[in-house]
Every structure is written in structure tokens, then in C-alpha cells.
Design a protein around this ligand. Structure first.
Ligand SMILES: *[C@@H]1O[C@H](CO)[C@@H](O)[C@H](O)[C@H]1NC(C)=O
Ligand SMILES: *[C@@H]1O[C@H](CO)[C@@H](O)[C@H](O)[C@H]1NC(C)=O
Ligand SMILES: *[C@@H]1O[C@H](CO)[C@@H](O)[C@H](O)[C@H]1NC(C)=O
Ligand SMILES: *[C@@H]1O[C@H](CO)[C@@H](O)[C@H](O)[C@H]1NC(C)=O
Ligand SMILES: *[C@@H]1O[C@H](CO)[C@@H](O)[C@H](O)[C@H]1NC(C)=O
Ligand SMILES: *[C@@H]1O[C@H](CO)[C@@H](O)[C@H](O)[C@H]1NC(C)=O
Ligand SMILES: *[C@@H]1O[C@H](CO)[C@@H](O)[C@H](O)[C@H]1NC(C)=O
Ligand SMILES: *[C@@H]1O[C@H](CO)[C@@H](O)[C@H](O)[C@H]1NC(C)=O
Ligand SMILES: *[C@@H]1O[C@H](CO)[C@@H](O)[C@H](O)[C@H]1NC(C)=O
Ligand SMILES: *[C@@H]1O[C@H](CO)[C@@H](O)[C@H](O)[C@H]1NC(C)=O
Ligand SMILES: *[C@@H]1O[C@H](CO)[C@@H](O)[C@H](O)[C@H]1NC(C)=O
Ligand SMILES: *[C@@H]1O[C@H](CO)[C@@H](O)[C@H](O)[C@H]1NC(C)=O
Length: 488
């Protein structure tokens, strides 16, 4: 499962060569790093010299006072860096208020500790086309990135029209005709049609809409990123990986309102995504494939992830005809709870559905999905539901502990198919609900129940008659918790 882009050597390689433009040199650097010969130190010095091409935004007139727009100064530094063959654009201590800035090939923003890039909150701060509304936007660029220990802040609270602890009502610029609906707000960072993207160590905070959006990119590495959104803001996604191949996300820390890590396929597939060593809290899904799912998801690995206080844990939500296969979730701790019915999700730790978004939609197939070493504490059970045209096949659950109890007040007994499909359906809760499955292997599963709060739950395993085939259970245990265990 683990792909080439997932090996640490490749990470180092991407990290080291991001400023070099010549493909042949790339190749030799790679070989030399591999073989550890003495000439590699000579090459490393060359890389260091390239790294020292630093363009400070203050040299281009940026004040960093947080009051005056620094847009033209920042852009001038980026353009000079790009024209000079690439390097780093440095943001020293300060607050840099800006309209959209465009990242170009070879340029890495180096936002130092105590430096903040502050996104503007006016419609005129963003380009005409709403699909290009980002505070930082890289289009069609190669060897680009954002590093440093500083912050990019989207001023999300400025876009809250009415604070609501269930779900905020957000400002929408739809009245201007720029776009429609209630998602007419800027995103924070976009890499669109880029190759060799690297984001490391920065904090992205308070996006007005989605935070980091990777679209049709190749070879992306995201390491040590923290994302802090608003827990009550809708569409406050963490990282959306759309139509992109060979993406590695490591050491992330995401605390936000909407889906935290969300691969989507709108114009092409997502191949080879690896996510490791992350911590996530969200009022929506921690990891969600979909719901935009027109093309395939293939070769995905999620390993060593902690999910706390989330509305849904691991989700495959296919609605548009794309297929999902060869996906592994391993070494994951999941804690899910109910928040509010206005959010999709009902505390399911694991949720797999494939069904049509509407009567015109095709239905995707989900196959070869493994859950290994998973530990769950949740208020709802696992939900596995295909549909007659989208059967789930070859699902493995190996070493899975499921502990069920209740600590919130929301009613259970509803299953949530949103978006589309059957919507919300009355169905008594169960340890695992299964529907339209062909090939399910459960090996070493312990289900524990705290009975006093689980009224209306009936079965550990709930099969729909005649749509579930070829299940194997090996060492499956289901038991009420003892009183002493309950205090856990
Ligand atoms: C995905 O990774 C595999 C294994 O490293 C590789 O063979 C394949 O070419 C990659 N796919 C894409 C689309 O890059
Ligand atoms: C992406 O990285 C792989 C190695 O991991 C390399 O083979 C490939 O050429 C790179 N793609 C681009 C477009 O640079
Ligand atoms: C960062 O800000 C803190 C508090 O304002 C200050 O103590 C510290 O010296 C600053 N660090 C740098 C590198 O400017
Ligand atoms: C992207 O780059 C390609 C090749 O350089 C070019 O043909 C295309 O027009 C560019 N697209 C945009 C949106 O800049
Ligand atoms: C515009 O956005 C507002 C606020 O989110 C929303 O209530 C309204 O329905 C939207 N109007 C249209 C026409 O989409
Ligand atoms: C990802 O790989 C698939 C399969 O090779 C290819 O069809 C698709 O165009 C690639 N996407 C990008 C953004 O390179
Ligand atoms: C798992 O991830 C955490 C960070 O969330 C890290 O501290 C820990 O070392 C990782 N464990 C392994 C085995 O890599
Ligand atoms: C999904 O798989 C089915 C069955 O193999 C296939 O007919 C369909 O074209 C696939 N969907 C996509 C988007 O490739
Ligand atoms: C699952 O956990 C066991 C015991 O800790 C470990 O030996 C095994 O490597 C883990 N499996 C995976 C796929 O990480
Ligand atoms: C499941 O629980 C058993 C018994 O407490 C424990 O030995 C095992 O390590 C747990 N497995 C996971 C994946 O947490
Ligand atoms: C679910 O059941 C409740 C009563 O328990 C009922 O009021 C409601 O209409 C039902 N919803 C659906 C979609 O059947
Ligand atoms: C049953 O499912 C397993 C995977 O869980 C698969 O390997 C096997 O071929 C299936 N058997 C039949 C008879 O379909």
C-alpha cells in the first residue's frame, strides 16, 4: 500500500530540491543522496547557496503594520524571486494585511515565527472569478511552497453574520452576483495545477471557507501543518485534496468545524495519498472521501491518526460514480459524539456509503478497504451501506475495538445518508449496520457496550436480509461493559 511518495527518502528529496529547476540536476541530486557519496556534500553546498536567495518583503516596501495593505510589496517580492530563478520570500515579524497574492514557480513563502499574513475581508480584495478566491493562490506553478513557523490568517470571524453555537450563519457575497448559495466566501490557500508543492510547519488559521485546497497537483508534501478553524463554522474544511496524485501529509494538527482531511474527485482521480501522524478534531468528518466523487480514489493510506470529539470519524461518502479501492486505515484512535443534526454525521466512527446523489447520478463501487488496529469510543455504531448498483466488497476489519456509550442528549435511531440518497432514515442503532456488501472479513473485534444509555439499540451486527453476502467472523466478541470499565 505504501507508495513511493510515502517514503521518507522521497520527502527529503522533495524538500531539498524544491529550488532547483534543471531536471538533470534533480536526477543527479537524487542519485547522490541515495548513494551518500562525498560529492553529495558539494551538491548540498550548491543547494544551500540556492536556499540563500532570500527576498524579504520589507525590502520591497511591506510595512507589516496590519493596517495598510502590503499586497503590491509582497507581490513584487514574489515576482522578483520568481524572475531570479526562485528562492524564498521572507516575512519577518509583523502582520501583513493583503489581498490575494499569487505564488509563482520556484517561490517558497517563508513566514517567520511572529509573522502573520492576514487575508483581506473585502470582495475587492479577491479576483473577479470566485473560483480563484484565496488569500494565497498558486496556479500552474512548479516547486512552490509555504514554510516557516508563522501564520496565515483568513479572518474567519469577520465573515460570521450570526454567531450560533449549533452552526454559524455566514456572510455570503452571493448578493453581488459573484457566486450563488451560502458558500460564496474566500478560501485561504490554493495550489491549483501545481507540481512539487511543499507546505511545512506553518499555522493556517480562521479560513472563511476551506483552508488548504490542493487541486490537480502532483507530488505534494505537507508536513507539520497546524490548522485552526472555527468549530461552529460550516464549510471550514481543513485540507481538501482534489483530483491530485502523490500527496503526502504528515504530522498535521487540525481543529476545525468542517471535514478535516477531505479527498475529492471532480475533474480527475485521486491516486496515492498518504496521511500519517495526525491529530484531528472536527464538528464534521475527520477523514472523508467525497462527497464529490466523479472519478476514482485509489491507493490511499491513513496511518497513526488520533481523532477526538468529532461528529464522524472515517468516512467514504461516494455519490457520483467514481470508485474507491485499495485504501488502508491503520493505527487509528477514534472518539466520536453527536453534536447537532444540522451537520452531516451522527457520531459514526466508521461510515461507508455508496449511493446516488440524485436520480441522474451513477453509483461507485467500493472495494479492498482495510481497517487495521482501530480503537473506537463512540456514541454510535459503524455504518456500512452500499446500494444495489454500488456493492461494497472486500472490506477487512482486523484488530478493532469498539466501545459504545452515550454522553450527549441527541436522539439516536436515525441513519444519515446525506447528501442525497435516502437522506435521514429511521433505523434502530446497532454495533455494525450492514447493507449491500459482498465480502467482509472481521478478525479480532471486541465490541463493548455500556447498556444503560443505549436504549433502542438492538444487535451487535445488523444485516439487511439478502443484500449481505460472504461475511467471515473470526474472534468476534461483543459484551456489556462491567461497572468498573464504565468509569473509563
Ligand atoms: C502511485 O504509486 C504507485 C506505487 O508507487 C506508482 O506505481 C504509481 O505510478 C503511482 N500513481 C500515480 C498516478 O502517480
Ligand atoms: C514526482 O515524484 C516521483 C518520484 O516520487 C517522480 O518519479 C516524478 O517524476 C515526479 N513527478 C514530477 C512531475 O515531478
Ligand atoms: C515574538 O513575539 C513575542 C511576543 O510578542 C516576543 O517576545 C518575541 O521576542 C518575538 N520573537 C521574535 C523572533 O521576534
Ligand atoms: C499552465 O501552463 C501551461 C504550460 O506552460 C500553459 O499552456 C497553460 O496555459 C497554463 N495555464 C494557466 C491557467 O496559466
Ligand atoms: C446567500 O447567502 C445567504 C447567507 O448565507 C443565504 O442565506 C442565502 O440563501 C443565499 N442566497 C442565495 C440566493 O443563494
Ligand atoms: C493522476 O494519475 C492518473 C492516472 O495516471 C491520471 O489520469 C491523472 O491525470 C493524474 N492527475 C494529475 C493531476 O496528474
Ligand atoms: C504517531 O503520531 C504522533 C503524532 O500525532 C507521534 O507523536 C508518534 O510518534 C507517531 N507514532 C509513530 C509510531 O510514528
Ligand atoms: C467504476 O467501476 C465501474 C465498474 O468497474 C466502471 O464501469 C466505471 O466506469 C468506474 N467509474 C469510473 C469513474 O471510472
Ligand atoms: C497492528 O498492531 C500490531 C500490534 O501493535 C503491530 O504489530 C502491527 O504491525 C500493526 N499493524 C499495522 C498494519 O500497523
Ligand atoms: C483492543 O483491546 C485489547 C484488550 O484490551 C488490547 O489488548 C488491544 O491492544 C486493543 N487493540 C487496539 C487496536 O486498540
Ligand atoms: C421517524 O420516526 C419518528 C417517530 O419516531 C417520526 O416522527 C418520523 O416521521 C420518522 N421519520 C421518517 C423519515 O420516517
Ligand atoms: C469472500 O470474500 C473474500 C474477501 O473478504 C474473498 O477473498 C473471497 O474470494 C470471497 N469468496 C467468495 C466465494 O466470493
Amino acid at each position: 500500500m505504501r507508495n513511493a511518495a510515502g517514503s521518507s527518502r522521497t520527502n527529503i528529496w522533495i524538500a531539498t530540491v524544491e529550488f532547483i529547476q534543471v531536471p538533470t540536476l534533480l536526477f543527479f541530486v537524487f542519485l547522490l543522496l541515495q548513494s551518500q557519496t562525498t560529492t553529495s556534500s558539494r551538491i548540498s553546498r550548491t543547494i544551500l547557496q540556492r536556499r540563500q536567495r532570500v527576498f524579504s518583503v520589507t525590502d520591497y516596501g511591506a510595512t507589516g503594520d496590519g493596517i495598510h495593505y502590503d499586497t503590491p510589496h509582497i507581490q513584487a517580492a514574489i515576482d522578483a524571486c520568481h524572475a531570479g530563478g526562485g528562492g524564498r520570500v521572507n516575512f519577518p515579524t509583523g502582520i501583513y494585511l493583503t489581498a490575494t497574492i499569487y505564488l509563482k514557480s520556484g517561490v517558497v513563502l517563508d513566514i517567520q515565527k511572529n509573522a502573520t499574513i492576514l487575508g483581506g475581508t473585502k470582495l475587492s480584495d479577491y479576483p473577479l472569478e470566485s473560483h480563484r478566491w484565496y488569500v494565497v493562490l498558486a496556479e500552474n506553478a512548479t516547486d512552490v511552497g509555504i514554510m516557516g513557523q508563522g501564520t496565515i490568517d483568513g479572518q474567519g470571524p469577520q465573515f460570521v453574520e450570526t454567531i450560533n453555537e449549533r452552526k454559524n450563519i455566514m456572510v455570503s457575497w452571493n448578493a453581488t452576483g459573484a457566486c450563488y448559495g451560502d458558500e460564496c466566501r474566500p478560501r485561504l490557500i490554493g495550489f491549483i495545477d501545481c507540481t512539487n508543492v511543499r507546505v511545512s510547519d506553518v499555522l493556517f488559521t480562521q479560513p472563511a471557507l476551506w483552508c488548504l485546497h490542493i487541486v490537480r497537483c502532483k507530488n505534494t508534501s505537507i508536513d507539520g501543518l497546524s490548522i485552526s478553524g472555527d468549530f461552529n463554522t460550516p464549510n471550514n474544511d481543513g485540507i481538501d485534496i482534489e483530483d491530485s496524485n502523490n500527496t503526502v501529509i504528515t504530522r498535521c494538527n487540525i481543529n476545525t468545524g468542517d471535514d478535516a482531511i477531505c479527498p475529492k474527485t471532480s475533474t480527475g482521480p485521486v491516486y496515492n495519498l498518504t496521511v500519517t501522524n495526525c491529530w484531528i478534531r472536527t464538528k464534521s468528518s475527520a477523514i472523508k472521501l467525497g462527497s464529490a466523487s466523479w472519478y476514482d480514489f485509489k491507493g490511499l493510506l491513513f496511518d497513526n491518526i488520533t481523532i477526538v470529539d468529532s461528529h464522524r470519524g472515517l468516512a467514504l461518502q461516494l455519490r457520483d460514480g467514481g470508485n474507491a479501492s485499495d485504501i488502508t486505515f491503520s493505527n487509528i484512535n477514534i472518539n466520536t459524539r453527536y453534536y447537532d443534526p444540522s451537520w452531516w454525521g451522527r457520531a459514526e466512527p466508521i461510515y461507508i456509503t455508496s449511493c446516488p446523489r440524485d436520480s441522474y447520478s451513477k453509483v461507485g463501487m467500493i472495494s479492498n478497504v482495510k481497517f487495521i488496529n482501530i480503537s473506537v469510543n463512540s456514541e454510535n455504531g459503524v455504518f456500512l451501506s452500499g446500494s444495489s448498483e454500488g456493492v461494497l466488497s472486500n472490506l477487512d476489519f482486523i484488530n478493532v475495538n469498539l466501545t459504545y456509550s452515550r454522553w450527549s442528549d441527541f436522539a439516536d435511531g436515525l441513519v444519515d445518508y446525506r447528501p442525497g440518497c435516502q437522506g435521514l432514515v429511521n433505523h434502530s442503532s446497532a454495533g455494525i449496520i450492514m447493507d449491500h456488501i459482498d465480502g467482509l472479513r472481521i478478525e479480532n473485534m471486541n465490541m463493548k457496550w455500556s447498556n444503560s444509555y443505549l436504549e433502542g439499540w438492538n444487535n451487535p451486527l445488523d444485516f439487511s436480509p439478502s443484500t449481505v453476502n460472504n461475511i467471515s467472523l473470526l474472534s468476534f466478541n461483543s459484551a456489556l461493559m462491567s461497572l468498573s470499565q464504565k468509569s473509563l
